[in-house]
Design a protein around this ligand. Structure first.
Ligand code: NAP
Length: 243
């Protein structure tokens, strides 16, 4: 297992939910953190304060990761203040549960931009630093929706399935350079994304409960430490899909 103490990690969408839990887990393991968020400044600041309380460096950075200019500014800010990004967690995402017949092209474009294009933009932006160091970890938050459709809609499921192809390509192309790329595919983790969706019910899950963000964070931490897992999708779904 690699020691991640002192490494610089960027977690997108880390003001709350799964991203917050992953950022805290990486900080407890000794990483310095950039906390990206889109609008909830106070919540991001609270996470940053908590991480600094653990003795790690931490900066919150507002950026809409679906916009290339904001991604460029985000990465430049992190690199100027903390150093080259060695661990990238593409976690920021949105779900727009809506009746199938009401999904428009602009809904599709928004979901794809936030959930998928952002991960391409961020990965491309951090890769030069990772390649120069011959060490990097790319962790993408996919979803059980990529496998079974899920409880949001086809736009969400397609964005999360696209992330699996993105992960496989980066993993294959970068395997010889000390850089791993993996996906985590959770189902129904207890965050606002789930509590705001009436179709998300614990009885859909064989283990009979929603997952905890901490349970996702443990897996993300293991992927950050492990240099021999690459190109994988780690299923974390209470038994909804078995592999
Ligand atoms: P959440 O509680 O709704 O939190 C979403 C986070 O993403 C927030 O920090 C939010 O920032 C940020 N965000 C949203 N749009 C953004 C944008 N354009 N630019 C930058 N940040 C943005 O979601 P979650 O449940 O923790 O989900 C985290 C990831 O796991 C998502 O990719 C989601 O699709 C995936 N996932 C979740 C579940 C689940 O059951 N919860 C299952 C499978 C996969 P603000 O706070 O500033 O708005």
């Amino acid at each position: 297992m690699d020691d991640i103490a002192g490494k610089v990690a960027l977690v997108t969408g880390a003001s709350r939910g799964i991203g917050r839990a992953i950022a805290l887990a990486l900080a407890r393991a000794g990483a310095d953190l950039a906390i990206n968020y889109r609008s909830r400044e106070a919540e991001a600041a609270a996470v940053a304060t908590q991480i600094r309380g653990l003795g790690r460096r931490c900066i919150p950075v507002r950026a809409d990761v679906s916009k290339s200019a904001e991604v460029a500014r985000l990465v430049e800010t992190v690199q100027a203040q903390l150093g080259a990004i060695e661990i990238l967690v593409n976690n920021a995402g949105i779900a727009r549960p809506q009746p199938l017949e009401e999904i428009t092209e602009s809904d599709w474009d928004e979901l794809l931009a936030v959930n998928l294009t952002s991960c391409f933009l961020l990965t491309q932006a951090v890769l030069p630093g990772m390649r120069a160091r011959r060490w990097g970890r790319i962790i993408n938050l996919s979803s059980v929706a990529a496998q079974v459709g899920g409880v949001v809609g086809p736009h969400y499921a397609a964005s999360k399935a696209g992330l699996l192809g993105l992960t496989h390509s980066y993993a294959a192309l970068l395997a010889k350079e000390g850089i791993t790329a993996n996906a985590i595919a959770p189902a129904l983790i207890l965050t606002e994304m789930v509590t705001s969706n009436l179709k998300a019910r614990p009885d859909l899950i064989p283990v009979g409960r929603f997952g905890d963000p901490e349970e996702v964070a443990e897996v993300a931490l293991a992927l950050a430490r492990n240099g021999y897992i690459t190109g994988q999708t780690i299923n974390l779904n209470g038994g909804w899909v078995m592999s």
